[in-house]
Design a protein around this ligand. Structure first.
Ligand SMILES: [Zn+2]
Length: 313
């Protein structure tokens, strides 16, 4: 179902958080359908800023910065949403920039993103207002929002890069340093660190880290126990995660950079990764957020299973 929203309503939703008009699963759009928001009813918010294909003539091509599409990431995001819906009967929040990156880079600050074009600036504003609306709704409903900003990289090593706002040099620092407040305060996982029995380092690359759980499902990832320090080049996470993943707003998450070969190149591989990621999040959410992927509190059964896994002293 398609329904345009004017910018006033979008901003009103973002500022006031009143989302009564939004129906889970029913797309709403910003101006000219450049930005699409599919409201959800789960604590998971996924954004796809670089998978758009629209090239309207009214917006001139950007003249500096990266202008290449992250191929098939829009399709990958929609596949992940479909897998969650098939498994739970409920919708994640999904925000898609439908503009080609040559027209707007929604994962940059406004000046670099829109390069002075008023229409592109409005789309940029709508993109981030929709993310705020989605995260606010998740926090109101579940106490936390888990935000994944989904991208595709072209680096030589076909691994999934997990961006927690630490670059490869940061991650080469020793465990003791990475557990100190300087790194924790800069981390997109800060909300989890402040509530977890696990250390920051364990959350970044320990046996229950997202990287470990993805690798267990057949997708090489870094940081992870296998590759705790990424080889260069490595994407650390960008504007969207830095702007929206704020512990004091109960928002956590990361930037996921997916390789293309054997992951996002074909519909079959996208579905294979979507299944693996959703399975990963089903394990990650109760372990680190205290709720399952459907937003329900971690069950006593789950806690008993975990207790039984603790080795006898
Ligand atoms: Zn990207």
């Amino acid at each position: 179902m398609m329904r345009p929203l004017n910018s006033f309503l979008i901003l009103a939703l973002a500022v006031c958080g009143h989302a009564e008009d939004l129906v889970p699963g029913n797309s709403v759009f910003g101006q000219r359908h450049f930005i699409e928001y599919i409201p959800g009813e789960l604590p998971l918010v996924i954004t796809a800023p670089h998978g758009g294909r629209l090239t309207p003539e009214e917006i001139p091509n950007r003249t500096n910065g990266v202008t290449d599409i992250d191929a098939n990431t829009q399709e990958l995001a929609r596949t992940i949403a479909a897998v969650v819906h098939a498994e739970t009967g409920r919708h994640i929040h999904l925000v898609v920039c439908r503009l080609h990156r040559s027209k707007l880079d929604a994962n940059r600050d406004r000046a670099e993103a829109a390069q002075g074009n008023a229409s592109a600036e409005q789309a940029w504003q709508e993109h981030h207002a929709f993310i705020e609306t989605a995260c606010d709704a998740a926090v109101r409903q579940f106490g936390v929002a888990f935000l994944i900003d989904l991208h595709g990289h072209g680096h030589a090593d076909p691994r999934v890069e997990l961006g927690y706002l630490h670059n490869a040099l940061d991650l080469a620092d020793c465990d003791e340093a990475l557990n100190e407040s300087t790194y924790v305060n800069a981390s997109s996982l800060r909300w989890i660190v402040e509530r977890s029995d696990l250390s920051h380092v364990e959350l970044l690359r320990g046996p229950l880290s997202l990287g470990a759980l993805l690798e267990a499902r057949g997708f090489p990832a870094t940081p992870s126990p296998r590759m705790p320090v990424p080889t260069e080049p490595f994407f650390r996470g960008g504007y969207t995660i830095a702007r929206h993943c704020k512990a004091d707003k109960n928002i956590t998450g990361l930037q996921i950079e997916a390789n293309r070969p054997r992951l996002r190149d074909t519909a079959e591989n996208r579905l294979r990764f979507a299944n693996a990621l959703v399975s990963t999040l089903r394990e990650y959410f109760p372990a680190h957020l205290g709720i399952n992927l459907s937003g329900e509190p971690k069950s006593k059964d789950c806690q008993r299973v975990e207790a039984s896994l603790v080795p006898a002293q």
